[in-house]
Design a protein around this ligand. Sequence first.
Ligand SMILES: [Zn+2]
Length: 460
Amino acid sequence: MDIRLYNSLTKKKEEFKPIKKKEVGLYTCGPTVYNYPHIGNLMPYIIWDVLKRILKVKGYKVKHIMNITDVGHLTSDADDGEDKLVKASRESGKNAWQIAEFFIKVFRNNLSNLNITEPTKFFRATDTVKEQIEFVRILNEKGYLYKTSDGMYFDTAKIEDYGKIANLANVELQEGARVAKSNEKKNLTDFAVWKFSPENKIRDMEWESPWGLGFPGWHLECSVMSRMELGDTFDIHTGGIEHLTVHHPNEMAQSEAVTGELQANYWLHNAHVKYDGGKMSKSKGTFVTLEDLRAKGFSPMAFRFLILQNHYRKPLNFTMESLQAAQNGLEAIIREIAFYGKPKGRCDKFEEEFYEAVADNLNTSKALAVFQKVIDADCKDSAKLATILKMDEVLGLRLDGLVKNAMDISDEAKIILDERAKARDAKDWERSDKLRDKLIALGVEVHDTPDGQKAIHIKF
Ligand SMILES: [Zn+2]
């Protein structure tokens, strides 16, 4: 069974054929580190993590590169507005470097909490300015750029099929949203690769360049970093659906202008997460972070479970109720598998179906349904557990750890359990029930089985 991926470039699901035999080059557009990511920002990294995991199962080594934008991403994706980090800095009284440092830590913590494997390499935009300047120099030398009063711009008319990934040639471009304030742009879709610092202001982040003091345009870093680490053409490029119309066409245009090659063969885009049917926004109080969810007692794994129940190309409508349902579902799985004993053998009748589902353009919801079939299967518990843990290497729900954690009963509860065993031996049911209530108050559930009491304490 091969991996099949929906490629935004060809607009169809295709069999994945890597450039190298056993290695995959993967690039993901990373975050702009000026604020806490909301849960919708974090969702795609869970999906690309599953992609990496299934590639590994299929025997590929994955070289994964991700950028961290710490300079040059303006409040509008076109080239007007303020640098997001400069704005955050003005609002918080910290400098742009401190803002970036802080939110990089937050982001990496979030990844770790969600059991997302880190990329092979993170690049900060500010760490590759030298290489970005060199890239701009080549673009300029090849005649793709022109100068305006506020920067060096890429002339998109020079790329014959500019915007092919989004069919931009057929899209009527909206005025306003994409037009710079200056009328110096030759085409609506032209974009800055180098922006000049304002004349009478010192920026926290600015560099000398052959064209003047300034900073790189936001789209540039991905073209530069992917080429540095993965070469002129690599296998898979991932990002949010919002990148389909501006950021990715621009990345592709720059890369093709410099190398003459297609930047990546497969382009994957995730749909967005909505909150109660609307956009996540600070003003509406619908800007929810992973920290918020944890403070409400939700496990990051419940969020991961919820994300996997949906297909990544379909918008997900997040509600607290849906998260609660996911957490309940996860608890039910833990409760079910906690007493399976030691993993041994294999309950393999559903394994192929499971991997087939994930390999089919990451159909994680189907994979979860197959996963449930294993739990319900007519196999030995130890064999079911072995298969479940194997499947979890792709799902990444940390089931092994969650079960161990649930089996960890406090000394206080153990003493009560001993007392309760004695009460039951003496057929003192009243005392037994009282002691059960005491255990419940401690969060410990006790089940009476032919083998005696079994206790579990689910904690996230
Ligand atoms: Zn990018």
